[in-house]
Structures are given as structure tokens and as C-alpha cells.
Design a protein around this ligand. Structure first.
Ligand code: NAD
Ligand code: 0WE
Length: 259
């Protein structure tokens, strides 16, 4: 008996086995969920296919969330193969690399548009396209970061995007609540994924995090997977519009006194 026996989940955002979406996929699979995956581009398809197959999934479809037609085509395929959905995991975020360095005030109009389109609007677009497929009791989950509410050096336009994403979670929760569909976000501590590689200063920030966080350690994709399982299951039946921190307690700390 699994917590998610008979549930059908669509996972957006697996790039490789370091991805947060992959940690979540493994946790949902372990409790009996049937999984479908999406990818962008042929390079990532070659990475995602074997991972999906290893969890018994045959649903692996392309979807660039910047493209409404691609989202529509994805949902048409979901309808054809699964008929309905119980879980959507949105683990997608992107800004141009130049925007994640230096002062926020140098953000370009185009850089702002791209970051908010891919990292924020995509959640609304996906939910909108999936609305007729969602079963009562369905759960939608996205990933955010504390740079939404407090300044994180260099996170810049992504911080603004995450603030808008968190607000989107509350509005979507209000829209879908009457159908008993829940929408939540996990705010994860820094994890060394593809999206974190090549960020200047990430290594030292990651190291410092473990020294300051109450649990004195970093967060893993398995940690996020377990919390995601809770939010996606009936255990969280009255939680919606919530931003749940999975950050070893870091966000509650203000001043640090060296030990
Ligand atoms: P990742 O690189 O493994 O995943 C990011 C995913 O976004 C990739 O699979 C990529 O293909 C996808 N993506 C980018 N542009 C896309 C597009 N146009 N269409 C469809 N997919 C697109 O990195 P991750 O760290 O696992 O990121 C997942 C989520 O977690 C992101 O929202 C990120 O902001 C968030 N997050 C990450 C951390 C961290 O420290 N790694 C912390 C908190 C929140
Ligand atoms: O949300 C994220 C990752 C965001 C991200 C990362 C990249 C790197 C490569 C979005 N777009 C891109 N585009 C690229 O070309 N995190 C929470 C991880 C992260 O990213 C940071 C962080 C942290 C933490 C960037 C600057 C400062 C801190």
C-alpha cells in the first residue's frame, strides 16, 4: 500500500539525476504514483529518457514552457495516455546568466521578460492548460527560493520572479480550491543542481549555509522529495496556497554569532 497508489503525476523540470524534480519523482514513485516526464531539447531528452524508464515510465514528452502550443500538445498527450491527472510538479526556473551577476538595477527589459515568462507565467500556463484534466483532490507543486522575500546576492531578477511565483501559488490556490485542487510551493535551501552550477559564489554560499542552518547541514533532493510527497498526498488535504520551507531551518536565522 503506497500513499499515492493509482495517482498519476506529471513532472516538469528533470534535467539530470541532480535535479530537484528527480528527487521528487523518486519519492512519488516509491509511494506508487505513475509518472510522466517532460524535457526541453534533444540533449536533455537523452538524459531524461533513461531516468524515466528506470521508474517504469513510458511517458516522456517535449515541452518548452515558453510555447503555448507545446503546452497544449503536452496536455493533449496526457489526455490520450492518462485521461486525467492527480499531481503536477513544476520545477522550472530560468534567467539569462548575465542577469545573475552584479546589481539588480542593471536588469534588462528582455532579461526580466524571459525570467518571468519561464519561471513564473509557465506555472499559470501549465495549470490553465491542465485544468480540465485535474481530478478532485489533485495537488500542484512548484519550487521557490528565499531570495523572493530577502535579498540574496546575485539572485537578482530570479528573486523578483520567485516573489511573483509565490503570489501565483496563492491566486491559483484560490481559483482551484472550490474544485478541491491544492496549489503549494516548497522553498528549498541551496542545492548543487545544473541550475546552480556556474553561479559565481554558489560554492561558498552553499558551504556557509551548512554552518548557519539550525540543522548544520545542506539540503538534499531526497529531503525535498519527502516533503513534496507529503504536499502531493492526502496527508496535506487542508494545505493550499502555502510556501513550505525545506531549508534545514535557515530562513529563521538573523544574526550569526561564530561558534
Ligand atoms: P535543474 O537545472 O535541474 O532544473 C531546472 C529545469 O528547468 C531543467 O530541467 C530545465 O530543463 C528546465 N527549464 C528551463 N527552461 C525551460 C523551458 N523554457 N521550458 C521547460 N523547462 C525549462 O535545477 P533545479 O535546481 O532542480 O531547479 C528546479 C527548480 O527548483 C527551479 O524552479 C529552481 O528555481 C528551484 N530551486 C532551486 C534551488 C537550488 O538551489 N538548486 C533552490 C530553491 C529552488
Ligand atoms: O533558482 C535557482 C536557480 C536559478 C537559475 C540558475 C541559472 C544558472 C544558469 C536560473 N537561471 C539560470 N540560468 C543559467 O544560465 N536557485 C535557487 C539556485 C541559485 O541560483 C543562484 C543562487 C541560488 C541559491 C544565483 C545567484 C545567487 C544564488
Amino acid at each position: 500500500m503506497g500513499l499515492l497508489d493509482g495517482k498519476k503525476a506529471l513532472i516538469l523540470g528533470v534535467a539530470n539525476d541532480h535535479s530537484i524534480a528527480w528527487g521528487i519523482a523518486q519519492a512519488l514513485h516509491a509511494e506508487g504514483a505513475t509518472l510522466g516526464f517532460t524535457y526541453v531539447g534533444e540533449t536533455l531528452e537523452r538524459r531524461v529518457r533513461p531516468l524515466a524508464t528506470s521508474l517504469g515510465s513510458q511517458f516522456i514528452e517535449p515541452c518548452d514552457v515558453q510555447d503555448d502550443a507545446a503546452i497544449e500538445a503536452l496536455m493533449a498527450k496526457v489526455r490520450e495516455v492518462y485521461g486525467s491527472l492527480d499531481i503536477i510538479v513544476h520545477a522550472i526556473g530560468f534567467a539569462k546568466k548575465e542577469e545573475l551577476n552584479g546589481a539588480y538595477l542593471n536588469t534588462t527589459r528582455e532579461g526580466f521578460r524571459i525570467a518571468l515568462d519561464i519561471s513564473v507565467y509557465s506555472l499559470t500556463a501549465v495549470v490553465k492548460a491542465a485544468q480540465d484534466l485535474l481530478n478532485p483532490g489533485a495537488s500542484i507543486l512548484t519550487l521557490t527560493y528565499h531570495g523572493s522575500t530577502q535579498v540574496a546576492q546575485n539572485y537578482n531578477v530570479m528573486g523578483v520572479a520567485k516573489a511573483a511565483l509565490e503570489a501565483s501559488v496563492r491566486y491559483l490556490a484560490n481559483d482551484l480550491g472550490p474544485r478541491n485542487i491544492r496549489v503549494n510551493a516548497i522553498s528549498a535551501g541551496p542545492i548543487r543542481t545544473l541550475a546552480a552550477s556556474g553561479i559565481s559564489g554558489f560554492r561558498s554560499m552553499h558551504k556557509q549555509f551548512a554552518e548557519v542552518a539550525p540543522l548544520r547541514r545542506n539540503v538534499t533532493i531526497e529531503d525535498v522529495g519527502k516533503s513534496a510527497l507529503y504536499l502531493c498526498s492526502d496527508l496535506a488535504s487542508a494545505m493550499t496556497g502555502e510556501i513550505m520551507y525545506v531549508d534545514a531551518g535557515f530562513h529563521n536565522i538573523s544574526v550569526v554569532v561564530p561558534e
